[in-house]
Design a protein. Structure first.
Length: 202
């Protein structure tokens, strides 16, 4: 019996399904084929009636391969991860969601994934720069400005390497650049970040 199961038992039992149903952020369960098998009320309000549909059908064109590759890594490695995707919302409009994903295990294998979605708040810095970055993207941008490599960022933020690469790819797209160096230059010019100065030895 897991610690969670023991805790629920000590509390006189507990209905996890009901608890997840009441979670105020969108929550979904995908099977190994990427089909949405369950979603809570918040998920339904956010994405519409997409239960029993492929998750890829709720994505903006061009995002399906990103999701497929991400799910394959989660299913194969049984690890947790984060991914930011451009989605189609219940009203038919495009939006951005950050998903925190965890594997669902059973019989010694990964049966599917559980995902919580959040709408990343846009971060605007530098007045009228117009660039819209999530808090996580801004955090990674600062680390890039410090000269950190993908591996170093992965270790510092405790994220999967593929998750960091995904955030960096979105960063480059949002800033309209092709390299990390360009991203740092543009972000610095726009006032999104400040370059740290080396302290000179006295």
């Amino acid at each position: 019996m897991t610690e969670l199961a023991r805790t629920l038992q000590d509390l006189g039992g507990g209905d996890l399904a009901a608890a997840f149903e009441e979670v105020r952020v969108p929550a979904v369960i995908l099977d190994r084929d990427g089909v949405i098998r369950w979603m809570n009320r918040a998920g339904y309000d956010d994405a519409g009636p997409v239960k029993d549909c492929p998750a890829a059908a709720s994505l903006v064109s061009g995002q399906s391969e990103t999701l497929r590759g991400f799910l394959e890594r989660i299913l194969a490695g049984g690890c947790t991860g984060e991914i930011t995707l451009d989605v189609i919302l219940a009203d038919g409009m495009p939006g951005v969601r950050e998903f925190s994903v965890a594997p669902i295990r059973g019989d010694g294998t990964v049966l599917g994934v559980f995902a919580l979605a959040a709408s990343p708040p846009p971060v605007r810095s530098g007045g009228d720069s117009g660039y819209r970055l999530t808090a996580r993207q801004l955090e990674i941008l600062r680390l890039l400005a410090d000269g950190k490599s993908t591996d170093q960022i992965t270790e510092e933020l405790h994220l999967a390497k593929t998750t960091v690469r995904n955030h960096i790819a979105h960063l480059l797209t949002n800033l309209g650049v092709h390299t990390r160096t360009e991203a740092v230059v543009v972000a610095t010019s726009a006032g999104l970040i400040r370059m740290r100065r080396e302290l000179s030895a006295e």
